[in-house]
Ligand binder design. Structure first.
Ligand code: ZN
Ligand code: ZN
Length: 122
């Protein structure tokens, strides 16, 4: 979990919601990723323009797109098969539907959130 926090703090491109994820298998970190993209700096956020509520309409905006979520960048970075591995998520207290789908597809065994995440990362 400390590693996920470090990834969030050092690699996230999202200033408001720094999120990081690491994937651990057999005690080794096999993948890590953070959220965000540079899209918002140059294009703004389509979801903000349309007042889309939190957790919805990610596909409307290239910057918010689920492919930029920490869970998915971590899975994409895996040098080894993530099948049966655990994912530690820092910076968020739930995973969007797209990320759940990708984690199920990748056969991630368990997802761990930071202690008190529901209060910490509102
Ligand atoms: Zn956006
Ligand atoms: Zn997501």
């Amino acid at each position: 979990m400390q590693a996920a926090k470090l990834v969030a703090e050092t690699e996230s491109l999202d200033a408001d919601h720094q999120t990081g994820a690491v994937i651990v298998k057999d005690g080794n970190i096999i993948g890590a990723g953070a959220n965000g993209s540079t899209w918002h700096e140059t294009h703004g956020c389509e979801r903000k323009r349309q007042n889309v509520p939190t957790g919805e309409g990610y596909e409307l905006c290239q910057g918010c797109h689920p492919k930029n979520h920490a869970e998915q960048t971590a899975i994409a970075s895996c040098e080894d098969s993530p099948s049966g591995a655990d994912l530690y998520l820092w910076g968020h207290w739930w995973c969007c539907q797209s990320c759940w789908g990708k984690m199920i597809e990748a056969d991630i065994a368990n997802v761990y959130l930071a202690e008190g995440a529901t209060e910490k990362f509102q």
